[in-house]
Write a protein that binds this ligand. Structure first.
Ligand code: FES
Length: 578
């Protein structure tokens, strides 16, 4: 249990706004009364901000108004005062070019909203991909006690007698349609059945991976990340989180004090054991950065090599999140991995991770494998190095055809996504199943925002010939629901003069998963010559948030945070109340 000293009412942060007998506090109290509140709402009570990422254009968060009401109920039950505050909703499907461009904006908003208001703690409501890391990054920088309430995965998709998984089956059936194996009518039926309820993607995509690692970090209540969004237990978890945050404020149980490198290593174990999204790597590095911790890419590879893959979930396996929940959920999976975890890490319920998972049992060993029957002895993701990616690249080798474990092929280079879209299906494109598609200008600066373009579609003529996987290489990311031999996050990116910018059609590229190497087969002299000839492109848009972002964003191996938001070691001063 936590041994933090319990605060007195006068030590609450909100007391500075409401407690003093002066003109400024008079203003705060009189305006609170304008909202129908009185001393019984604020006096001696922790004020809890509920940061709500609800929006009418975010289907994954459609239920967040009711979710917030359940958190409020819990806060009130525990003697706190809830205040719901809206923040930007990053809707993965609708925001262009990518929500990743705006992750840091939500993180900034979260930090500033918490810092400037009279709140003692926060409950963060997130789920859809980037909302989770953004809220946590901001809350860590604001340094207040907080709990994360994950929005929960949606129900399984269904088409006729086929179960459909978010994203994964869209990619799969789109390839079949392009290959001429699916009618327009069947494609429309899939469109109607793939997203059947509120909640986030129900494959082990980015959303499920991020909420699972958030739970492993100790930032949610135990088991919270696996509960389906439409299950009544989800509402009860939200209310429990509301009760817990009030207790945590009094006990000064603050994640920014208990998150350490061991907790982040636990999170990487989870990512590898669930065969999770490659996107989690960038987000974990960024979140750790806000806690003042460095997570080098090599840590991911070291942990991947010793972590068995136990979750049999799409896109790398068979089942979906609802199956995972009823099989025992994340606690049951983690309980299988106790020897690889730092069980002593503290969590938001005041207990350690080890205490939280010690009784968790697997109820379906097809969905959550036991250690003696792992899907693979290693985790799902490999970190690559070589002259083509001096600062690293990643590949989810668990979700690709095994013939690419060691492969050399000629490059077909696309200078940006428009070029790819224009030429990919050209019958004269000199592409074979052994070629390597290379996409440039798709990184953090080039995209901008490092869009999920890395799972490039296969050329139509190869699909028609029965090919379903080939090596694709880019400085972008791919959807966590996607699969295939996609080499991603190549750093430095092409737009800042990384070696991927120098690849030319026909160059041979070699991938060796066992050796973790990615090599452009040209001489050092040739590489130097091409580098000396390279020129950066002028920006087409350079205003507003984009100006800030392009000037300050870091590369994939550094987490793509904005440089000035990195932890400096000096806490940001509390705002003046005058
Ligand atoms: Fe929101 Fe996938 S679109 S989680």
């Amino acid at each position: 249990m936590s041994t933090h000293p319990r605060l007195s009412p006068e030590e609450l942060r909100s007391y500075r706004w409401f407690g003093p007998n002066d003109l400024r506090s008079f203003g705060h109290r009189s305006r609170a009364r304008q909202m129908g509140l009185g001393p019984e709402d604020w006096k001696g009570k922790p004020i809890i901000a509920i940061l709500n990422t609800w929006s009418e254009i975010n289907p994954c968060h459609l239920h967040f108004k009711v979710l917030a009401e359940n958190v409020k109920k819990g806060v009130l039950q525990a003697g706190g005062m809830p205040i719901e505050i809206p923040v930007i909703s990053l809707s993965e499907n609708f925001m262009k070019p990518t929500t990743m461009l705006y992750r840091n904006l939500l993180a900034m908003e979260t930090e500033e909203v918490l810092r400037c208001h009279p709140v003692d703690g926060a409950v963060l409501l997130g789920a859809c991909d980037k909302t989770t890391p953004a809220l946590i990054m901001g809350a860590l920088s604001a340094a207040l006690p907080f709990i994360f309430v994950p929005g929960g995965p949606m129900q399984k998709g269904q088409w006729r007698d086929q179960t459909l998984g978010s994203g994964s089956d869209a990619w799969k059936y789109w390839a079949e349609k392009r290959a001429g194996n699916l009618t327009e009518e069947e494609w429309c039926e899939i469109e109607e059945g793939i997203a059947r309820s509120h909640g986030h993607c129900m494959t082990m995509g980015t959303a499920s991976t991020l909420t699972a690692i958030t739970e492993t970090l100790g930032l949610t209540l135990t088991g919270a990340s696996s509960i389906p969004a439409s299950d009544a237990r989800h509402w009860r978890m939200a209310a429990s989180s509301g009760r817990q945050i009030v207790e945590n404020v009094w006990n000064n149980l603050n994640p920014c004090k208990f998150l350490n490198l061991d907790a982040f290593h636990n999170a990487i174990v989870t990512e590898m054991a669930v065969g999770g999204s490659t996107n989690a790597i960038v987000h974990l590095i960024a979140m750790a950065g806000r806690a003042g911790l460095k997570l080098p890419l090599k840590d991911f590879d070291v942990i991947s090599r010793k972590t068995p893959r136990l979750a049999n979930l799409r896109p790398a396996g068979e089942f979906l999140m609802e199956d995972f929940y009823f099989a025992g959920g994340l606690p049951a999976l983690l309980n299988q991995l106790r020897d690889l975890l730092h069980g002593e890490c503290l969590t938001v319920n005041g207990k350690t991770l080890g205490e939280n998972i010690s009784d968790a049992k697997i109820h379906n060993t097809n969905v959550i494998r036991t250690r003696d029957n792992a899907l693979s002895e290693e985790g799902g993701t490999a970190v690559l190095h070589g002259n083509l990616c001096p600062n690293g690249a990643v590949i989810k080798h668990s979700a690709m055809e095994s013939r690419f474990q060691k492969h050399t092929g000629p490059a077909i280079v696309f200078k940006d996504y428009d070029d790819l879209a224009a030429r990919l299906d050209d019958p004269d494109l000199p592409v074979t199943a052994d070629s390597i598609l290379v996409l440039q200008k798709a990184g953090p600066v080039g995209g901008p925002g490092m869009p999920e373009w890395g799972m490039m579609p296969l050329p139509k003529k190869l699909l028609e010939a029965g090919v379903r996987d080939m090596i694709r290489l880019s400085d972008s990311r791919m959807s966590g629901t996607s699969y295939g031999a996609c080499i991603l996050h190549v750093a430095p990116e092409s737009a800042v003069g990384g070696p991927i910018a120098f690849v030319r059609d026909g160059d041979l590229i070699s991938l060796d998963i066992a050796m973790r190497t990615l090599t452009l087969e040209i001489t050092d002299d040739e590489m130097a010559k091409r580098r000396s000839e390279w020129k950066a492109e002028a920006r087409k848009i350079d205003r507003g948030y984009l100006h800030l972002y392009l000037n300050e964003v870091t590369q994939a191996d550094e987490g793509c945070d904005l440089r000035f938001l990195h932890y400096t070691g000096t806490p940001t001063p509390e705002p003046s109340i005058h």
